[in-house]
Design a protein around this ligand. Sequence first.
Ligand code: HEM
Length: 332
Amino acid sequence: MLGLVSVWKMRMSLWAGVAVASIILGLGGVDAELSVDYYGLTCPQVENIVRGEISRKQAANPATAAGLLRIFFHDCFVDGCDASVLITSTAQHKAERDADINLSLSGDGFDAVTRAKTAVEAKCPGIVSCADIMAIATRDLLTLVGGPYYDVKKGRKDSLVSDAWRVDGNIPLTTMSVDELNTLFATRGFNQTEMTALSGAHSVGFSHCKEFMARIYNDNPTEQTIDSEYAQGLQKVCPKQNTDPNMAAFNDVLSPNKFDNVFYQSLSKQLGLLASDQILYTDPRTRGVVNYYASSEGAFFDAFAAAMDKLGSLNVKTGFEGEIRRRCEAFN
Ligand code: HEM
């Protein structure tokens, strides 16, 4: 056994070595860092398995990519990237997923993780956390809709708690000012430029009427920062009376399904859907970054990839903390 361990050790990078040693010797807690090669010896095919499953899912349901991107963000901003958002509520316990703001999270996004986890468990039972699978799947889906590739570091453990009451105040609202957005993101270590880059996630996906009603029916012309034709079109989708709660509009009207920098170009044309997006152009502090990303997709992609890597590292549980869930929807 010792011989085997030393042969292995020669072949692996330092961090993978610590990770594998942790598993073999039960030394969880030693590895407080995430690493790209974390499953290099224990489940080397994990990324291929996840990519295969989520590619099929995205082909069948193209809304999956945006759906999971938002789920991942909501997971990471509430007590870190620990898959706590995946837990299903019980009669006695209201889980994070059922907090009001999370009720609009995408069923397809959750389903993508369940499928990937099932496929991974079949090949590597009990090895790969749901939090890691979600991080890999989110990156893969992003690339499938045209977004940037980045290496996903792994080694996260899954949470042992998931409470709806922990969500409030941790997820940004569309009514927030740039100061409020800055404050919320700063508590997670993101500066204003990174916050502006992460908002570019709204290059894909959609929002329900209630999220932008105030913006499209704003009667005060001095506060009007929305293109009037665009507002009229949205008013047809979301009438003031008897609004259908299921109706939604694309976050980026000019390029709704492709992850690109058109989102920022739309903001300069007053075509932002959410007030919290449009305000990034209105406010002089963020307008420069919006213009920069609007002019350079490469700069936006670099900033977004770096910010996603940082998002995925937020308050992760490693080593003895947390567990590897057998099913992502329930604690072991
Ligand atoms: C900056 C502050 C942010 C605010 C105020 C905000 C708010 C919202 C709201 C209200 C929706 C619509 C939900 C619905 O009606 O179904 C939405 C959708 C979405 N958000 Fe954000 N968000 C923010 C930042 C982010 C970040 C940082 C990400 C990811 C990195 C993200 C990813 C998404 C995605 C992809 C969608 C579309 C979801 C879908 O189509 O299923 N958002 N956001």
